[in-house]
Design a protein around this ligand. Structure first.
Ligand SMILES: O=P(O)(O)OC[C@H]1O[C@@H](O)[C@H](O)[C@@H](O)[C@@H]1O
Length: 346
């Protein structure tokens, strides 16, 4: 993942060293805190602006000017990352779903579907949901349970240098009675999301906390806004074999991508197997989203076409996937998939 030579201040869950910023500096105990860590001036218990849960998270994990924990849609807690350059990202603890990534111009890059619900009745439909421990179809619910569950905040951090403070949040998901019924394996998901300038970086790790090998498939099910489905193109897949799930989702035929530009003239639901680290999406405005990745081996491209009449013209999913060869993680070992998303001019 691209990082500058600035001193990073991060906690060290996997051997990286540094200084931890969260829980953040002590604050006046009873005041309600809002965005940018300024108190609203009223006693927290009497302030209807945020729930006690969100107020507590803000008190523990906010970093002034870089990281805030606020109430999102439906009152759900969300982490707001703000970079000094003006870019920002928003991450719901429910599903660890990144629902917004804005450039310093204010332009939104991600797409949230109009049918998205923020009441936990279903996963958030849009942004970057996580699929784990299954990228379906398969034995359990289509895309696994991680996108239906609340993650917890392990830490927040930012760089030392005031002009280059890269905000980061590290989220964790551990087994519960609910997950054990479907997937009786000790695991820990550790997922970090950060901004480096206008670039969004994700670092997805699965740790085997049991005594037997841990198997899973997974994905970052990323939805991107496009200027029109007729203008969108995915590039970087020429010559790659793919599974065509439009033909048969349960028994997809294997094909080879012939064209350098994958265009959309009908439904597309293809899992490209063994993509070498880079793909981009021309969004039709003269810009593209460059997706650079490591660990993730496959790429799914999905657009439902007229099955979703209200929005199919406005988004394309280009997903980082570990599917063709499911991950097998030995006891005390971990699997890691990193992705760097960047908007580039064409
Ligand atoms: O669960 P969601 O967000 O509606 O997405 C569903 C789609 O997700 C894609 O990743 C799959 O390849 C499709 O087969 C599936 O239909």
């Amino acid at each position: 993942m691209a990082m500058t030579g600035t001193l990073r201040a991060v906690r060290a869950p996997f051997g990286r060293s540094g200084v931890r910023f969260g829980p953040s500096k002590p604050r006046a105990a009873n005041l309600c805190w809002r965005r940018n860590a300024r108190p609203c001036g009223r006693k927290r218990l009497h302030c209807a602006a945020v729930s006690p849960e969100v107020a507590e998270l803000q008190e523990k994990f906010a970093i002034s000017g870089c990281v805030d924990i606020t109430e999102g849609e439906g009152g759900l807690p969300k982490v707001v990352l703000q970079h000094a350059c003006g870019s920002s990202a928003e991450v719901y603890l429910f599903g660890a779903c990144v629902t917004s990534w804005k450039q310093s111009s204010g332009d939104e890059v991600l797409f949230v579907r109009p049918d998205a619900k923020f009441d936990k009745s279903k996963p958030i439909s849009g942004g970057i949901p996580i699929c784990f421990p299954q990228f379906g179809p398969g034995k359990i619910q289509q895309h696994g349970f991680a996108r239906n569950l609340d993650f917890t905040i392990a830490s927040t951090s930012a760089d030392y240098q005031p002009d280059e403070r890269d905000p980061e949040v590290e989220l964790v998901l551990s087994p519960s009675t609910y997950t054990e019924e479907m997937y009786p394996h000790p695991f820990k998901v550790v997922y970090s999301i950060s901004l480096h300038g206008e670039t969004l970086n994700t670092d997805f790790r699965v740790i085997n906390e049991g005594g037997a090998p841990l198997e899973f498939t997974a994905a970052l099910h990323s939805y991107f806004e496009v200027a029109g489905i007729d203008k969108a193109k995915v590039r970087g897949l020429r010559g790659v074999e793919y599974l065509d799930k439009v033909v048969d989702a349960n028994n997809p035929p294997r094909k080879t991508q012939e064209e350098g530009n994958l265009e959309f003239k009908g439904p597309v639901d293809s899992v490209y197997l063994g993509v070498p680290g880079y793909v981009d999406l021309d969004v039709g405005t003269g810009a593209a989203i460059a997706i650079t990745f490591d660990g993730w081996e496959d790429v799914t491209v999905w657009n439902p076409w007229t099955d979703m009449p209200a929005c199919y013209e406005n988004f394309v999913c280009v997903e980082n996937v570990k599917y063709g060869k499911p991950a097998t993680v030995q006891p005390e070992d971990s699997w890691r998939g990193t992705t760097s998303f960047q908007v580039v001019d064409l």
